[in-house]
Ligand binder design. Structure first.
Ligand code: AGP
Length: 605
């Protein structure tokens, strides 16, 4: 977790730039924030607990003056979110400042050794040991890059680091292992940051660091080498990213989440246009596996579950879905003949990465679907498929979910084509309905924005809600419930409708909200029975149903989805549920972009 930034410029005052870049990274954590600048008379630091705007207002982080500096926005792991634990951290003399994303696993033993040598610690973070270790290693070494290199070599765990020192005032030193870090190459200004949107306003020329790489930037150049000391040809690593700064902004919407819901037609269209050889190769690898496993966390798991259900339905190919944090038992039964599909928007989720590594250890092949080029999950898989959702800033996944569903539907169709269950003609038909999908999603947003807003007045007063479905609709019900609970803080449970009478129905009383998602015509009759059971107990029923549904007159409120192919209807069905969660959060006065206790990328187990 955490977002880090470092900026070196030849002529600009970097204080305000660092604060602006940190604001683009606030989705990575927002417990505390801090900035360190190499000033004329040493390192100047301002930091504190709280969100960037409030700490900046109280302490004027942006007022710090100098051409080189680093900043950090934190999601607490070691030590509570306090002023003392806010980054940057310094050595005893205040001549070195460090920002860090990750966890230093050997920090306790390093801290003991450093305390024995007389170092005085001010925080309870693992990060502070790095500053003191640099200080210790610099005692007999005036080459600060060599000091940095040696220090990094003695760290274990995960880190993305940016370091400044009065011993090398024009430089920012960086290193990466298991936490993301990118370099931005601007004109007379260089950046190091956790993610590309941090500096997109200034440059789209980037270098994505690999694990075990380190180096330094100054205002006009980058030096990189491997942790073993082998120099890296920087020019061969420069990429030009297609995202515009505009894509990473709110574009007039009050929240990123709403902007991202409205972006869905565009990014689904781009994803469909990107269907190519990587999907075909991925499908081929999956189909050649003895068993197909699919794993992910949270929203990405709901998309993965959809993939498993659809693939089994279309191709009769067995697919075993599992939540990535539960990987041990599944990896235990995996073999080198099996294939794992790892799904992760960020490509950095530690649970999904752990599942991937456990399967690789068993000799299984891994195909990944991620949204971030060069992310660790992508790099560690045998085959990569990239979704084209663009940066998602809202903590609640929206556009990345529908893009995942689109990409996974196509993968599932290709598998069914490989296994001979879908013929050429059917493939053509599916292709043409896919082309209509972006405009159908747009239509659904337009049809149900007002409807969701109106329903949110009712929902905002409720303490609990159920989201029920059968078959292909179950992952959509699960996702609807997750959205409501994570941003509107309403207890919401999603589960297969048939389970109601095995316990959950006990909670239902007059006006208890129950959302039903109906997708498959063949399951409609049985779902009807479940709706009646809820109505008999006074539930307030809300139906999300396809155009040709026979359940139109059944519910207290109904969203009728535009007609589409049955296995694309779930992508439409989640849209009113995203909008409902969004408007309910807003109605309750919460910021849907920054739900409490959550961070966008979860890199701790
Ligand atoms: C959903 O809104 C959450 N942001 C969360 O469940 C998320 O989907 C999960 O943490 C997985 O993230 P990933 O796709 O980046 O691996």
């Amino acid at each position: 977790m955490c977002g880090i930034v470092g900026i070196a410029s030849s002529n600009r005052n970097v204080g305000p730039l660092i604060v602006d870049c940190l604001k683009k990274l606030e989705y990575r954590g927002y417990d505390s924030v801090g900035v360190a600048i190499v000033g004329k008379h040493g390192i100047l630091i301002r930091k504190g607990a709280g969100k960037i705007d409030s700490v900046d207002e109280a302490k004027c982080l942006r007022c710090l003056e100098g051409n080189v500096g680093i900043g950090h926005t934190r999601w607490a792991t070691h030590g509570p979110p306090t002023d003392e634990n806010a980054h940057p951290h310094t050595d005893c003399e205040g001549r070195i400042a460090v920002v860090h994303n990750g966890i230093i696993e050997n920090y306790m033993e390093l801290k003991k050794m450093l305390i024995a040598k007389g170092h005085v610690f001010r925080s309870s973070t693992d990060t502070e040991v790095i500053a003191h270790l640099l200080e210790e290693n610099a005692r007999n070494n005036s080459d600060f890059f060599d000091v940095f290199r040696r220090t990094v070599r003695s760290l274990s765990g995960s880190y993305a680091l940016a370091v400044v020192s009065v011993m090398a005032p024009g430089k920012i030193f960086f290193a990466r292992k298991h936490s993301p870090l990118v370099i931005g190459l601007g004109k007379d200004v260089m950046f190091v940051a956790s993610d590309i949107p941090a500096f997109l306003d200034f440059t789209n020329k980037v270098i994505v660091l690999n694990d075990g790489e380190l180096g330094y930037i100054d205002s006009g150049s980058v030096y990189m080498e491997t942790i073993e000391g082998k120099p890296i040809d920087v020019s061969s690593r420069i990429l030009v990213v297609p995202w515009t700064a505009e894509q990473a902004r709110k574009e007039g919407f009050p929240h990123f989440m709403l902007k991202e819901i409205h972006e869905q037609p565009l990014v689904i269209g781009e994803t469909i246009r990107g269907f190519g050889i990587d999907y075909e190769k991925g499908a081929e690898m999956l189909v050649n596996g003895k068993n197909i496993f699919v794993t992910a966390a949270g929203t990405s798991f709901h998309a993965s579950l959809y993939f498993a259900l659809l693939t089994m339905k279309l191709s009769s190919q067995k697919v075993i879905p599992f939540i990535s944090s539960e990987y041990e038992v599944y990896a235990h039964v995996a073999s080198e003949d099996d294939v794992l599909l790892a799904v992760s928007q960020s490509g950095e989720t530690i649970d999904t990465l752990a599942a991937l590594r456990a399967f690789k250890q068993k000799g299984a092949k891994v195909v990944s679907l991620t949204n971030v080029i060069g992310s660790v999950i992508a790099r560690e898989s045998d085959r990569q498929i990239y979704m084209k959702a663009g940066p998602e800033i809202g903590v609640a996944a929206t556009k990345t979910f529908t893009v995942q569903l689109t990409a996974l539907t196509w993968l599932s169709i290709l598998i069914s084509h490989h296994t001979g269950k879908i013929g050429e003609n059917e493939l053509k038909e599916i292709n043409s309905s896919l082309k209509e999908l972006p405009s159908l999603v747009e239509k659904t947003i337009n049809l149900y924005s007002g409807w969701s807003k109106e329903l949110s007045n009712f929902m905002a007063k409720k303490a609990s809600a159920y989201y029920l479905s059968r078959g292909l609709g179950v992952p959509i019900a699960l996702e609807g419930a997750l959205k409501l609970k994570e941003i509107a803080y309403i207890h919401a449970e999603g589960y297969p409708a048939g389970e109601s009478k095995h316990g959950p129905i006990a909670l239902v009383e007059k006006n208890f909200p129950v959302v039903f998602v109906s997708i498959e015509k063949s399951l409609e009759k049985r779902l009807h029975g479940n709706v009646e059971e809820m109505k008999a107990r006074g539930a307030h029923t809300i139906g999300i149903i396809p155009k040709d549904s026979g359940l139109r007159e059944l519910f207290d409120r109904t969203a009728i989805l535009p007609s589409s192919n049955e296995f694309l209807t779930p992508i439409l069905g989640v849209v009113p549920l995203q909008l409902l969660a969004y408007y309910t959060a807003v109605e309750k006065g919460y910021d849907p972009d920054k739900p409490r206790n959550l961070a966008k990328t979860v890199t701790v187990e």
